[in-house]
Design a protein around this ligand. Structure first.
Ligand code: AQP
Length: 339
């Protein structure tokens, strides 16, 4: 059976981008057709300045939202990264395979490091190395497919490179995974700046639709989305990015195609209104279920506890094999080598 792994960082409140780019496929497709693991990658949230209490709260909220969106713990494994030591264990080995140069080429590193410097802050070493931890997250589980939004393509490519390099140097240990992306809305853009991704760790609230935004807030944000001064509704990602973003969001929410939808509308106003309505309808059941789950804290805790146990059992053999392959002496009494 295909093994699927993907994760979400508790660096902010989850957005429509997270939902359309990743979560919805996890729920509607991946958990049904694959042996799937979905992880709150909390260690990744420590790579930029953070408030410990906030990470704690956001981790819990992310887990609750994943379940509210429809992940079913009887079909898939939902867990928190820091509950499974194998991720950090494997990450160090992969740091011994990765190079400084390839880490510095990562676009997210360059962008986030620049942002930190602009704010006058210092750049954490973990911001540079976290793509290796992400590779460990994926490789520890013998993952075949990584369903992600567009922005994670480079990190999955790095994961593939590290897997291939490790296998060549130390013997075949890892499955070489590949990224998969949704057909539409693989990169939902910020409504106020349609040339940048709708990111949850950005500060620009009005351009970001959060999964827990009230319907009137969602409507306001979408009705105020930046478009352009043209009048005709055409789908042109390069030339008309604001409009294209709305068409893609509408297409993703209604199961349509952005190109076809562009022919249906004569004004920006009616496109925005229908997009707002469609987003509100997509979020409604998630928000309702989220409210129910918030009243049942024990349930979410139980899911995460069982998920971590299952994940640990799945990851350990691969990580142990990697330790042996790279030349580290097993801790057990029967080490099976003669000196
Ligand atoms: N705007 C987006 N459009 C499509 N997919 C997206 N994803 C994120 N934003 C969009 C996908 O959601 C999954 C989880 O994302 P993440 O938690 O790893 O990262 P993030 O949301 O991009 O959050 P960051 O990096 O903390 O901050 P920002 O957002 O400010 O850069 C992934 O599959 C991702 O592709």
């Amino acid at each position: 059976m295909t093994r699927v792994f993907s994760g979400i960082k508790p660096t902010g409140h989850l957005t429509l981008g997270n939902y359309l780019g990743a979560m919805r496929r996890w729920v509607q497709v991946d958990q049904h057709r694959a042996d799937a693991l979905f992880c709150i990658v909390d260690l990744h949230a420590l790579t930029v300045e953070h408030d410990p209490a906030r990470v704690w709260r956001l981790s819990r909220q992310a887990a609750t939202l994943l379940l509210a969106a429809g992940l079913d713990p009887t079909l898939c494994t939902v867990f928190v990264q820091s509950h499974v030591d194998e991720h950090a264990r494997l990450s160090y080995l992969l740091e011994c395979v990765a190079t400084d140069g390839e880490m510095r080429r990562m676009i997210q590193y360059k962008e986030k490091a620049a942002r930190e410097r602009e704010r006058g802050g210092s750049v954490r070493l973990s911001l540079l190395t976290y793509p290796v931890l992400m590779a460990a997250d994926i490789l520890a589980y013998g993952t075949d497919e990584v369903p992600v939004g567009d922005d994670q393509t480079q990190h999955v490519e790095l994961t593939r490179d590290l897997a291939v390099r490790f296998n060549q140097r130390y013997g075949t240990t890892f499955v070489v995974p590949r990224a998969t992306h949704p057909a539409v809305a693989a990169r939902v853009m910020n409504l106020q700046d349609p040339t940048s991704k709708m990111g949850k760790s950005e500060d620009v609230g009005p351009g970001i639709v959060y999964l827990l935004d009230e319907p009137d807030v969602v409507r306001k944000k979408i009705m105020r989305a930046v478009t352009d001064s043209g009048r005709d509704v055409v789908y042109d990602r390069e030339g008309r990015p604001g409009l294209a973003n709305l068409l893609e969001i509408l297409a993703a929410c209604t199961g349509g195609n952005p190109e076809d939808l562009s022919g249906v509308y004569e004004s920006y106003g009616s496109l925005k209104k229908d997009t707002a309505d469609a987003v509100v309808e997509v979020l409604r059941p998630v928000q309702e279920r989220h409210r129910e789950l918030c009243a049942d804290a024990g349930y979410v805790e139980g899911v995460l506890r069982n998920g971590a146990e299952r994940a640990r059992a799945m990851a350990r053999p691969t990580v142990d094999a990697a330790y042996r392959a790279i030349g580290l002496l097993p801790a057990s009494a029967d080490i099976g080598v003669s000196v």
